[in-house]
Write a protein that binds this ligand. Structure first.
Ligand code: NAG
Ligand code: NAG
Ligand code: NAG
Ligand code: NAG
Ligand code: NAG
Length: 554
């Protein structure tokens, strides 16, 4: 016995030491984050972005604001007599960016996709809905394809019941998308439609009319989250409802966000569903975090030349709690038009935006150059950690998406009606940049997990067990391992639609030597927890994520 203990003690001590070092006070890690310019110009403004399961990002801006800096191939041009700026436009307004090779190619959108919405569906196809002018009732699809195949946008006319501009989509457990609201649209619809919906009439949603601030709106691009009970949490302006879309019924009304100021366009804040965990528990909990925005009246003040300070509050609510209340935290700085990007380890990156003003053309000043990481699991004190600043303002019409290697691809910013490259404080930004969070620093090389098995893409059924094998180059601390899966969202106007991270249940960890192990994880039990589509699966060691692999839930 005594010998046994003596033998174990140093090991335990070592584990504790590592446990401690892996969960080191976060601030020292902030300085390890890096910014890198990927492309000086992709020729268009990255106003909307969606990562596809072939590791390419579909990016687009709009067709109605002049010629972009990227020529369409094969002498293609878009002829449109209803256009004001250019009737014959031989430039691209969409690209496909390949993450691994850092290259891109022009895509050809036929009609105006400005301020639209979308998301990836079961087979990985991006379904994009609406836009402006000739594009406002279109549905477009882009199916991922192999290298060398020049897949393109496909368009369907009059596919939407009504025009959709500034709406929010969410991908649903039944494989459809719901499309909610938009400018002067106090209603919602689905795509594809059911037989009973073939009259192509939208469903009225009075909540959107109730939250419309007459002219100032403050309820566009509402924050929509699929709750674990199958209902939708819909946040617009300063409050939220739980909505049963299958029965067209409001199930509950949440309390107003403390302070009562608006968080949606043009008082644009952002929101995220926090990681779903303990997925096999009888009741899974869901929490939503809403951050930043602009005070009521800020939009009107901009037109009097006053740029109000953006809000510095975040409010967190357990939406599954029958007595849910908002808990307010204060960010190190105010932020309007920030993006909230879920990181593989369950923390939230708050990036882009401005420190004063609102969304809209020329409506903001004082760019928020420093991202913040919100430490989801930290308790007490501040959960916010300031990150190194970028040199490039990313304000109105900017975007950010996570890719499989753990970087966040950041692009866009154009607070002007047209492309404007000179003589303005915030010129149209065509560059693409990568933000590498601290966890990618070489300092963590020894503890970075590597997924050895599965070695490539897998399909998973609901509740199915998946065998995984993980190694690290240094020493593995099995107690610090977790596995997460993340649905890549459609990002535009500071909201990442259908963004969803789940922490999977893990079986017993079998250690092999000091640096590798194997175990089983259980796939989420239902399509309500994880709607059927592609996810990135990550192993996380302490706070350090592996490179992800693609899985498909079905
Ligand atoms: C885009 O093209 C315009 C006009 O040709 C030029 O002035 C501008 O510098 C270009 N911008 C970038 C970022 O390449
Ligand atoms: C609901 O929450 C409030 C505020 O935290 C508390 O005062 C009250 O007792 C709670 N009610 C129930 C039924 O839990
Ligand atoms: C937070 O803690 C839970 C367990 O309490 C764990 O499953 C999850 O991975 C942790 N997430 C982060 C971001 O550390
Ligand atoms: C630059 O902007 C100022 C103020 O808007 C304007 O007066 C001036 O004519 C502009 N210069 C050029 C070269 O466009
Ligand atoms: C495991 O780590 C211990 C302590 O660092 C070392 O003595 C031992 O050789 C290692 N074993 C293997 C199989 O690497």
């Amino acid at each position: 016995m005594a010998t046994h203990h003596l033998f174990l003690l140093p090991t335990i001590f070592f584990h504790l030491l590592l446990l401690f070092s892996l969960t080191l006070p976060f601030p020292s890690q902030a300085s390890n984050a890096k910014w890198q310019i990927l492309q000086k110009s992709i020729g268009i403004v990255a106003m909307h972005m969606q990562l596809l399961n072939n590791d390419r990002i579909i990016i687009f801006d709009r067709t109605d604001f002049g010629s972009s800096n990227l020529t369409l191939p094969n002498g293609n041009c878009r002829h449109d007599n209803s256009e004001i700026v250019v009737k014959t436009d031989c430039t691209a307004h969409s690209i496909e960016y390949d993450v691994a090779s850092n290259t891109f190619r022009a895509l050809f959108v036929q009609t105006d996709v400005w301020c639209s919405s979308g998301g990836a569906v079961a087979d990985g196809t991006l379904i994009q809905t609406g836009g402006y002018n000739d594009g406002d009732r279109k549905i477009r699809s882009f199916a991922p394809c192999e290298t060398g195949q020049d897949c393109e946008w496909q368009e369907t006319d009059h596919a939407l019941a009504v025009r959709r501009w500034y709406s929010t989509n969410h991908y649903l457990p039944d494989g459809r998308q719901i499309i909610i609201g938009g400018r002067r649209q106090f209603n919602y619809e689905f795509h594809p439609k059911r037989k009973t919906e073939e009259n192509n009439k939208p469903y009225v949603l009075p909540f959107l009319l109730q939250t419309d601030d007459k002219g100032a709106e403050n309820n566009l691009y509402p924050f929509v989250v699929l709750n674990v009970d199958g209902n939708l949490f819909i946040f617009a302006n300063n409050r939220a409802i739980l909505f049963d879309y299958q029965n067209d019924a409001v199930v509950r009304t949440y309390p107003e966000i403390p302070g009562g100021d608006p968080r949606c366009y043009p008082s644009t804040g952002s929101a995220v569903l926090l990681p779903l965990k303990n997925l096999e528990a009888a009741t899974v909990e869901a929490e939503v975090l809403v951050c930043g925005g602009a005070r009521r009246g800020a939009f009107q003040l901009v037109h009097k030349g006053v740029f109000s300070k953006a809000m510095d509050s975040c409010a967190r609510i357990k939406i599954t709690d029958p007595n849910a209340t908002w808990v307010v935290e204060t960010m190190p700085m105010g932020r309007v038009m920030g993006d909230m990007v879920m990181l593989p380890n369950g923390d939230v990156l708050i990036i882009n935006g401005a420190q004063s003003g609102t969304a809209g053309w020329g409506n903001a000043e004082n760019p928020a150059l420093q991202p913040i990481i919100y430490r989801t699991n930290s308790s007490g004190g501040s959960r916010f950690v300031l990150q190194p600043a970028s040199d490039i303002p990313r304000m109105y019409h900017s975007t950010a998406v996570l890719v499989r290697d753990g970087r966040v691809i950041v692009g866009g910013s154009n607070p002007h009606e047209k492309y404007v490259f000179s003589n303005v404080s915030y010129p149209t930004e065509l560059s693409l940049e990568a933000f590498s969070p601290y966890y990618l620093d070489s300092e963590f090389e020894a503890v970075r997990p590597i997924i050895e098995e599965p070695c490539s893409y897998v399909k998973l059924m609901y509740g199915e067990k998946l065998k995984m094998s993980i190694k690290v180059n240094g020493r593995l601390v099995p107690e610090l391992l977790s596995v997460t899966m993340l649905a890549p969202p459609f990002n535009t106007h500071s909201f990442s639609m259908s963004q969803r991270l789940l922490v999977l249940s893990m079986g017993e960890v079998k250690v092999r030597g000091n640096s590798s192990c194997e175990f089983e994880v259980t796939a989420p039990g239902s399509a309500v927890l994880a709607p059927p589509t592609f996810y990135m699966l990550f192993a996380v060691h302490g706070d350090i994520p592996s490179e992800g692999i693609w899985i498909k839930m079905q």
